[in-house]
Ligand binder design. Structure first.
Ligand code: OAD
Length: 228
């Protein structure tokens, strides 16, 4: 069975109703990253940081996977599909995808601030000041903030290097190390970049640019791959 590796970003969840970050109505147009998504922000104003993620989490409990997520599940009938997502939502899992690696953490999880191995599932949207881990420390969102290491990147590099086909969906390819993963894919492997604002990635060979939304572009590509 051939392996299809799919790198997804905020754009794949946009048609479900989740905000992207850098589009005109994106989150980083409304908030300053350093104020809500950095270790410094957490030190300075943890309540503000919790509120920011509580709002995202609340929304996540209201939205559903879209045709883009669902098409990637269909692809598993013929391929070993490995998803590497920059998204902190759980829409790939809820759609039914089997292999999902989260590079930037998960919104529906909280983590101890004294022991990074203590991770808890959240079954409701609100994480509050005073919510503590079993060792008595404040819980924080299980999110990779700016300036923090990306613990899953080594695993993601291994996955990318094994791709027989590589698909990028709904990401501005602006954030590293995630955007650099495509550089680990063999030169002769066919690559697809589905995004209304997709562009030629410098130094990347065999790249097919599909300037479409995920909700139509991904099902179309999946249909073609299932026939081929
Ligand atoms: P961005 O907001 O940077 O990019 C979103 C991309 O989605 C853009 O290229 C849009 O053109 C595209 N897009 C919008 N609607 C779409 C649709 N319906 N179908 C397909 N594509 C669509 O988001 P990311 O690239 O995911 O990190 O951002 C990467 C990281 O930066 C995020 O994981 C987050 C952010 O800061 C952290 O929070 C650590």
């Amino acid at each position: 069975m051939k392996t299809v590796v799919v790198l997804t970003g905020a754009g794949i969840s946009s048609e479900s109703g989740c905000n992207t970050f850098r589009d005109n109505n994106g989150l980083w147009r409304k908030y300053r990253v350093e104020e809500v998504a950095s270790p410094v922000a957490w030190q300075r104003d943890p309540a503000l940081v919790l509120d920011f993620y509580n709002e995202r989490r609340k929304k996540l409990f209201e939205v559903e996977p879209n045709a883009g997520h669902l098409a990637l599940v269909e692809l598993e009938k013929k391929f070993n599909v490995q998803i590497i997502t920059q998204n902190v939502d759980d829409l790939h899992e809820r759609a039914g995808s089997s292999n999902v690696l989260h590079l930037h953490g998960e919104l529906k999880k909280a983590r101890s601030t004294v022991d990074p191995d203590l991770i808890y599932e959240l079954d409701q949207w609100e994480l509050k000041l005073g919510d503590k881990c079993e060792k008595g420390s404040q819980l924080r969102p299980h999110i990779v903030w700016f300036g923090e290491p990306v613990p899953m990147i080594e695993e993601a590099v291994k996955v990318a290097a094994k791709a027989d086909l590589f698909v990028v969906v709904g990401t501005s390819m602006a954030v590293y190390p995630a955007a650099g993963l495509i550089g680990y894919v063999n030169d002769d492997v066919p690559k697809y970049y589905i995004d209304p604002n997709a562009f030629a990635l410098s130094g990347i060979t065999n790249l097919n640019i599909i300037k479409e939304k995920a909700g139509t572009g991904v099902p179309r590509l999946v249909k073609d791959l299932m026939k081929a």
